[in-house]
Ligand binder design. Sequence first.
Ligand SMILES: [Fe+2]
Length: 383
Amino acid sequence: MYFKQILDERCGCASYLIASRQSHEAAIVDPSIEIEQYQPLLQERGFTLKYVIDTHVHADHVSGARKLAAQYGAELGMHESAKVTYPFRPLANGDELPLGQLKLRVLHTPGHRPELISMLVINPLRSPEPSMVLTGDSLLVGDVGRPDFGGGDASAQYESVTRLLRLPDWVAVFPGHFEGPCGKGMCGRPSTTIGFERLYSPLLHMERDPFIAELNNGVPARPLNMVAIEATNRGAADMPWAMLTSSPSVGEVGIEAIDAAPPNAVLLDVREPEEFAHGHVAHAVNVPQAELASRLEEIPRGRPILTICQSGMRSLRSAQFLSQQGFQDVATVVGGTAAWRAAGRPVEATESASGPLRITDSEWAHAGALTTNTEELRASTSR
Ligand SMILES: [Fe+2]
């Protein structure tokens, strides 16, 4: 067999090429939108692309699955419950896709998304048991996929990872993400084993109720442009430009720039509505980063824009995205609302904001482009 993991550092995503050296048939799982990268891999080894599989409808990056399948005349496979507008081969739990002597067995593992599947890779010449499992965003390294990206369910995730943990210890685990916003505590390694995770993943030692509470509380903000990206991957929209693909340099200003801003400036708070309700700078307008692309017409062009979030990470990404979309005068408020509060400045809260805040500040800065901000780099490398 042939197996290759392809890591996309910008999104923290992994895609996979699996092939039979006997039949030269290949499958690509969770392809990135940059499908050109797969061409030399297939060509150099004389592989024929038979299947393209999306483990689920992705919400943090635009999938290349449809494009790739169309270009190579391959079958596009997804779980039968996937609610997408385009045709695909529906896969059910237990289905086996032959790939020469290899078998790819479908395991339905909902939780992150209802349609999420894991793929067991079986090489019967070596063993009747699977030797590896591609887990999408069910079991991650040191973590599991978050349930709040649309139709997810923490209790289903508990069932799914419990099923995966029944696999033998030696089974190698290859997740859909090694970094990025689909989990909240990934270790950073791109692979692991069932045995190691069973022993050392703190989440997997939890009973059902604490597990569910842990998944539902303290979630990071939804990723940049998630609404547009998810709709694009369902076929309900065509907004591949919603991916941040560049790192334009944008103004980085301190909180004093808020007072000094001209009267027509817009202070754009890109945090989640819940965070905004708990306290925001007066006159700030709330458009969460997840909704920026889908609500772009609400953001006035031709006026200075200051983006603000909690600590400055999301606002930097948002400012870069607006700049990528041709907004001319965009700057990010370094230190964000936290710096504003720390300076003893007043915030406004809405009456509906009661109880503890469920959102934690973004742990990962991934949004389709590498960071150019040195403070952010230092923060991310100190973990
Ligand atoms: Fe995902």
